[in-house]
Design a protein. Structure first.
Length: 243
């Protein structure tokens, strides 16, 4: 340890250097989440489908991707990503390392989110779907207006937990040359020979970001049913009373 190097962490130049890494980390996490959520929702609905030709490919995708190490996916896109997209974008296309990391994280996160979303939908009482059908809503309408609004509220803790996992997993993107927060820290301690101090500082930054997200998720947790679902159920109750 080199206690004499603690003063560097109040140096504006050093803080800006770490800030650039933190911005890269948050950008990768945000892009991965935005890409993986629609894909996860699609595969979750596919897994719940009654059509076997939709259900079984969705199950195969979810189980296969979840069984792979996320680092393997990141390294794969870092090495072969350009080759995969050249048929679409031309022979001279070169996939940026940033997007190679995003694709690797998104692929894995989409499979995890698919299971979270599926569990949220399955956990709802069957009466919710039956009430929606009794109101004359189609399957798509019942999902949009009744099932998914309630399921998403139930999934907030698990989804926020997965988001914090994505933020921590961005440290793996440094293996393909992306200068995220941890990679910036490595650059610092190789110059000042103080890995313990730098890693403690980086750990503190990760803790602050993830703790803030966990506190934010508690505010998003709502114990009551979303208002639109309450309106649908109350309408059904009024019809029953009138009958």
């Amino acid at each position: 340890m080199r206690p004499d190097t603690w003063g560097m962490f109040v140096d504006p130049a050093i803080l800006r250097f770490f800030g650039q890494g933190l911005l890269e980390t948050l950008s990768i996490a945000a892009a991965s989440t935005l890409l993986s959520f629609p894909a996860g929702l699609l595969f979750a609905l596919g897994r719940l489908s009654r059509r076997a030709w939709i259900r079984w490919p969705s199950i195969a995708y979810i189980e296969a991707i979840r069984a792979l190490p996320v680092l393997l996916l990141i390294v794969y896109f870092g090495i072969k990503g350009s080759t995969l997209f050249r048929p679409l974008f031309g022979s001279d296309f070169d996939l940026p390392r940033f997007w190679a990391g995003v694709l690797g994280l998104s692929l894995y996160t989409s499979a995890v989110l698919a299971e979270i979303i599926r569990a949220g939908i399955v956990s709802l009482p069957r009466g919710q779907a039956e009430a929606a059908r009794a109101l004359g809503l189609s399957y798509a309408q019942s999902l949009r207006h009744v099932i998914l609004p309630q399921a998403l509220r139930l999934m907030v803790p698990a989804m926020m937990g997965q988001l914090t996992t994505v933020i921590k997993d961005t440290s793996l993107v440094g293996t393909i040359g992306v200068f995220e927060l941890l990679r910036q820290g490595r650059t610092i301690y190789t110059q000042f020979f103080n890995p313990i101090e730098v890693l403690l500082f980086v750990s503190l930054v990760y803790f602050v970001v993830c703790f803030a997200l966990s506190q934010g998720s508690r505010r998003l947790e709502v114990g009551r049913v979303p208002r639109i679902a309450q309106v649908k159920v109350q309408e059904l109750q009024l019809r029953d009373q009138a009958a």
